[in-house]
Design a protein around this ligand. Structure first.
Ligand code: HEM
Length: 492
C-alpha cells in the first residue's frame, strides 16, 4: 500500500517534454489525432500513461495546479473510475475556458453554460440527476418517436437523387432538428433564430483553437463573438421558460418536463440558472454524439455490402417501407447488432474525462489530487482479449458475446451512465431504418477518411455519399478508402 499522506511524486510513465516547447507538443498532437497518439503511448508504456511527463497539461480541467493528464484503458480501470463517484469528478463542458474567466457581467452566461450534470459532483450530482430522470424514462422517450420520424422525413424530402450528399452535415442537421424539437418544442425552420441554432453556433465557436489562444473580450476576436452568442442563447432560453411557465408548462418536451420537476423532500423546482445549464448540456451531449454515431454507421455499412444487404432485407421485410413503430423496433435484431458493433469499433465518445478530487491510486500508480484522468472507451473496445479480431466490423459477434458494462461502454457506466442512452438508441434506429430503406447510399471513392475529435470522434474531412435509388446494388462504392481510418477498421 502506498502512503498517501505526503505530496506524491508523479511516477506515471510517458513521453518527456521537449526543451522550450514543453508539454504543448504532446497536447497539440493529442488534439490532432488522440487515437493515433494514444495507440503509440499505450504500445510503448502500457495501459496507464502520462500525456506529458512533467504534467501541468490542463487539457480538461480549469483548476490551477493541475499536476498532469493520464490516459488509461481496460475494464478494471473503467470500473474503478466510473464507480468511484466521489473520487473521480467531472468538469463543465466549457472546460478550460473557465481558467480565463473574469467577473464582468459579460462572462456571466459562461458560468451557466455547459455546467448542468457535467458541472456537479457527489451528492449534488445524484440529486440533480434524480430530478431529471422523468424526462428520460423509457415511456417519456417513446413519446418522442413521432417527432423523430417527422424530422427525419423532412430531411429525406430535401435530398436530391443521384447527387452527392455530405453525410456528417446531413446527420448534424438532422440530429440538431430532432434535439431542438424534443428539447425545446421548436422546429429549426421557425422565423426566429432558435435556441438550437444558437447553441450550434456557440459550439462552432468553441471548437476554434483561437478561442483558447486569445480568450479576450475584444470586438473582432472569436471569444467576443462567443460571449455575444451565449448571451443571446441565455436570453432565448429565459424567454422560452417564461412562455412555457405562462401557459402551464404542460408541453411534451424535455424543457417542460424539467420546469415541472420538483425535489422529492423540499418540493423545490430547478432554478432558472439550473434549467439553462441542464438544457445546454443535454443538447450538447446529445446531438453531436448521435450525429457521429450515425455517420460512422453509414460509412461502415457502405464498405460491408453483405451486411448492408442483410440489414436492408430485414428492414424491408419488417417495416415494408414505412418508418419503424415502437412495437417494431425490437423486431430488428440485425439493426441492433449493427449499431452495437459500430459504436464498439468507432466509438462516438472515445474518452471519459474525470479529475481526481483527492490523492488516490489507480493500477498501482499514485494520482495526485487534481490529476486529469482520460479513460479510453475506444481502446477498451479494441482489446483482442474481449473482442477477437477487434478491427473487423462483425455485427454477428453480438450473437454470442455478452460483455460486461466495463468491457462495452459507449454510453459509459456507473452513476454517470449517459442519461440519454435510450433516447439515442431509439433515434439511431429510427433514422437508419428510414434512410436505408428509402435510398442506397453509395460511398464516393478516393476520399481521405481520417479520425478527428477528442470529445466526439468524427471523420476529419467529412464523408460524401451519393444518394441513389434503392436498387439493392450494394457492391457499388466499396473500396478506395484512404486515411488513418484503416488503422481502426479492417477494410477491403
Ligand atoms: C450515440 C449517442 C450518445 C453517446 C455515444 C453518448 C455517450 C455519453 C457518454 C460516454 C457520457 C459520459 C458519461 C461519463 O462521464 O461517465 C454521456 C453523458 C451524458 N449524456 Fe450521452 N451519449 C449519447 C447521446 C445522448 C443523448 C441523445 C442525450 C440527451 C438527450 C445525452 C445526454 C447526456 C447527459 C446529460 C450526460 C451526462 C450524464 C451525467 O453526468 O450524469 N446523451 N453520454
Amino acid at each position: 500500500m502506498i502512503a498517501l499522506t505526503q505530496k506524491p511524486e508523479w511516477t506515471i510513465p510517458g513521453p518527456s517534454t521537449l526543451p522550450l516547447i514543453g508539454r504543448s507538443l504532446n497536447v497539440i498532437r493529442f488534439g490532432k489525432d488522440c487515437i493515433g497518439l494514444s495507440n503509440e503511448l499505450f504500445n510503448t508504456y502500457g495501459k496507464v500513461v502520462s500525456l506529458a511527463a512533467s504534467g501541468g497539461t490542463n487539457l480538461y480541467s480549469a483548476d490551477n495546479n493541475c499536476p498532469g493528464t493520464i490516459l488509461a484503458y481496460g475494464p478494471e480501470i473503467v470500473r474503478q473510475v466510473t464507480t468511484q463517484h466521489n473520487i473521480y469528478h467531472k468538469r463543465p463542458l466549457s472546460g478550460t475556458l473557465y481558467r480565463h474567466k473574469d467577473d464582468s457581467p459579460r462572462t456571466e452566461p459562461l458560468k451557466n453554460y455547459g455546467v448542468g450534470l457535467f458541472g456537479v459532483n457527489g451528492e449534488e450530482h445524484l440529486q440533480q440527476r434524480k430530478l431529471m430522470m422523468p424526462a428520460f424514462h423509457k415511456t417519456q422517450v417513446e413519446s418522442y418517436r413521432d417527432e423523430m420520424v417527422a424530422m427525419t422525413q423532412l430531411e429525406i424530402d430535401q435530398l436530391a437523387i443521384n447527387q452527392p450528399c455530405e453525410i456528417s452535415q446531413l446527420m448534424q442537421r438532422l440530429t440538431l432538428r430532432i434535439a431542438t424539437k424534443t428539447l425545446f418544442g421548436e422546429d429549426i425552420n421557425s422565423v426566429d433564430s432558435t435556441a438550437g441554432e444558437l447553441l450550434q453556433q456557440v459550439l462552432n465557436c468553441q471548437r476554434s483553437s483561437s478561442i483558447m489562444l486569445f480568450p479576450f473580450d475584444i470586438p473582432g476576436l472569436i471569444f467576443h463573438r462567443y460571449l455575444n452568442l451565449l448571451a443571446q442563447y441565455e436570453a432565448k432560453i429565459k424567454k422560452i421558460i417564461d412562455d412555457k411557465r405562462a401557459k402551464g408548462a404542460n408541453d411534451n418536451d424535455v424543457l417542460s418536463m424539467l420546469i415541472q420537476a420538483r425535489e422529492e423532500e423540499s418540493g423545490h423546482p430547478l432554478s432558472e440558472a439550473e434549467l439553462i445549464a441542464h438544457t445546454g448540456v443535454i443538447f450538447l451531449a446529445g446531438h453531436e454524439t448521435t450525429a457521429n454515431a450515425l455517420t460512422w454507421t453509414m460509412f461502415l455499412l457502405s464498405q460491408h455490402p453483405q451486411i448492408l444487404g442483410d440489414l436492408v432485407n430485414e428492414l424491408e421485410s419488417v417495416l415494408q417501407g414505412e418508418p419503424p413503430t415502437l412495437e417494431q423496433l425490437p423486431q430488428l435484431p440485425l439493426l441492433d447488432r449493427v449499431i452495437k458493433e459500430s459504436m464498439r469499433i468507432l466509438t462516438s465518445v472515445p474518452w471519459n474525462g474525470r479529475v481526481t478530487s483527492e490523492t488516490t491510486e489507480l493500477d498501482g500508480y499514485v494520482l495526485p489530487k487534481g490529476t486529469e484522468v482520460l479513460v479510453s472507451i475506444y481502446h477498451t473496445h479494441h482489446m483482442s482479449e474481449i473482442y477477437p479480431d477487434p478491427e473487423a466490423f462483425k455485427p454477428e459477434r453480438w450473437e454470442t458475446i455478452t460483455p460486461s458494462i466495463y468491457e462495452y461502454n459507449p454510453f459509459s457506466a456507473g452513476p454517470r451512465l449517459c442519461i440519454g442512452a435510450t433516447f439515442a438508441m431509439m433515434e439511431l434506429k429510427i433514422v437508419l431504418g428510414m434512410l436505408l430503406q428509402r435510398f442506397r447510399w453509395q460511398y464516393i471513392g478516393g476520399q481521405q477518411i481520417d479520425r478527428a475529435g477528442v470529445i466526439s470522434l468524427k471523420p476529419k474531412y467529412g464523408l460524401s455519399m451519393r444518394v441513389c435509388p434503392q436498387d439493392h446494388e450494394f457492391n457499388q462504392g466499396v473500396g478506395e478508402v484512404q486515411g488513418n481510418i484503416r488503422e481502426t477498421v479492417k477494410l477491403s
